[in-house]
Design a protein around this ligand. Structure first.
Ligand code: PFF
Length: 446
């Protein structure tokens, strides 16, 4: 692999993978999932899944990517040839590449909304900013044309960066944008805690309340863990293909997971105090939650408009650093397969994703009532990708590294102390796989 396709320095891979992991999943989705799924019960299962399932699956993805040094589909193909395995393993990469395209189709709708909020300055002197905020979002969501416009803009940005090449396109920008984003979200959390109801927030997030623990909550928490860490579909595997040869994988995985979890929890602490102190805002508002709450917080802040613009710029960038990792696996594979220019490939894929995204856009308005099995298009796609495709991908990745490939492969590529390797290997072979299976079976008999 040429040097131009290797991340420059160890920290760039961590930041790029953290850039993939940290995104709308942490700031937009985690708070609303917690809000709609009973609070602490969801948080506890989520943290359990991150540690028990997320850590070993992420390490496995990086190892496969690093070994193959190609797109996930071809890295898996190479592994199956080198280790004389069943040829079918490459379809694990195919499943992931499709999951990426499907997720991106609705991810870009919400990322587009987030980007539009950069330009959403509240007029001064409002009597009831919360009401203004909820009304603003409802009228925005009711307009297919507005949603299509921002969805298109976001897809164009994503395709532009991926077309330029991930290492060149993203490596440099994440190095300085991610740290700014971290500092900013911490500042907002401190501010919300000071002006809002932090006691109710901490109680809601961390006081164990297992009566809210339903099979549905458990399945959603696992799906969210996969989504938030960007695992189960090859995004991290695709990035792992560009990892420097001597980078330590154990430490790298730990840093990415800690960063991602920290940002999700901080986002909760930034958002819930405002909701709890404001009777017009609903904790279980669902996907509209951050769009209705955060502008209200900014409104009451001195220089709030400037903060609001800055925040939504950074959120859009965080979303962009995730969306490119959703597009990368399919693009890298097509580039290898058809030996065609990346720019042409992303144009074709971008168009396809744009069209699928229309289904999600119409789920907000004209297609809201069109349902299959009780789900509208957006809900169905979200369920299919997060709760089925990603965990299924994670299951087979863990099966491959934990049971099919020789232990020596893992020892060599993980390169961690024996005392750490043992529990990780055990967790990979039994606990991660067992937990995913159990959760699946549990949800099948809901
Ligand atoms: N992890 C991203 C987020 O939390 O916003 C979303 C995502 C990116 C999911 C890449 C899956 C993926 F492969």
């Amino acid at each position: 692999m040429s040097n131009s396709k290797i991340w420059k320095g160890n920290s760039t891979f961590i930041l790029a993978a953290a850039g993939s992991a940290v995104g709308l999943g942490n700031i937009w989705k985690f708070p609303y999932m917690v809000g709609s799924n009973g609070g602490s019960a969801f948080v506890i299962v989520y943290l359990f899944c991150i540690l028990i399932i997320g850590l070993p699956v992420m390490a496995s993805e990086i190892i496969i990517g690093k070994y193959g040094r190609k797109s996930p589909i071809n890295s898996l193909k190479k592994i199956s040839i080198d280790f004389q395995l069943n040829k079918g393993w490459k379809y694990l990469g195919v499943l992931g590449a499709f999951a990426g395209v499907l997720i991106l189709s609705y991810y870009s709708v919400f990322a587009g909304i987030a980007f539009s909020y950069v330009f959403n300055i509240f007029p001064s002197g409002l009597e009831n900013p919360s009401k203004y905020s909820t009304n603003y979002f409802s009228s925005f969501a009711a307009s297919p044309l507005k949603l299509i416009l921002w969805h298109s803009i976001f897809i164009i940005f994503t395709c532009f960066i991926v077309g330029y090449g991930v290492v060149k396109g993203i490596g440099r920008s994440v190095s300085f944008l991610m740290p700014i984003f971290f500092i900013f979200i911490i500042m907002i959390a401190i501010y919300s805690s000071l002006i809002g109801d932090i006691d109710s927030t901490l109680f809601f997030l961390f006081n164990p309340n297992f009566s809210a623990l339903t099979p549905q909550v458990i399945v959603s928490a696992m799906g969210q863990a996969f989504f938030s860490l960007s695992i189960g579909m090859g995004a991290i595997m695709a990035y792992g293909a560009y990892i420097p040869e001597n980078q330590l994988i154990g430490k790298t995985v730990l840093s990415i997971i800690l960063l991602d979890t920290f940002v999700a929890l901080i986002a909760g602490i930034a958002i819930f105090p405002i909701v709890f102190s404001n009777s017009d805002l609903m904790i279980n508002a669902g996907p509209s939650l951050i769009f209705e709450t955060l502008p209200v917080a900014f409104y009451s802040l001195p220089f709030g408009n400037i903060f609001s613009v800055l925040f939504f710029v950074l959120l859009s960038i965080a979303a962009l650093s995730s969306s490119i990792s959703l597009l990368e696996p399919f693009t890298a594979w097509m580039e290898e397969k058809f030996k065609t220019e990346r720019r042409i490939i992303v144009c074709i894929l971008g168009l396809l994703i744009w069209v699928i995204g229309l289904g999600s856009i119409f789920s907000f308005n004209i297609g809201q009532e069109i349902k299959f099995f009780g789900f509208n298009f957006l809900e169905g796609l979200d369920y299919l990708t997060n709760n089925i495709m990603l965990p299924m991908g994670g299951f087979f990745i863990a099966l491959l590294t934990g049971w099919v490939l020789p232990k020596s492969f893992l020892i060599k590529y993980l390169n961690i102390k024996k005392s750490l390797f043992k529990p990780l290997y055990f967790s990979l072979r039994y606990i991660s796989i067992g937990a995913i299976l159990l959760i699946f079976l549990y949800s099948a008999f809901l």
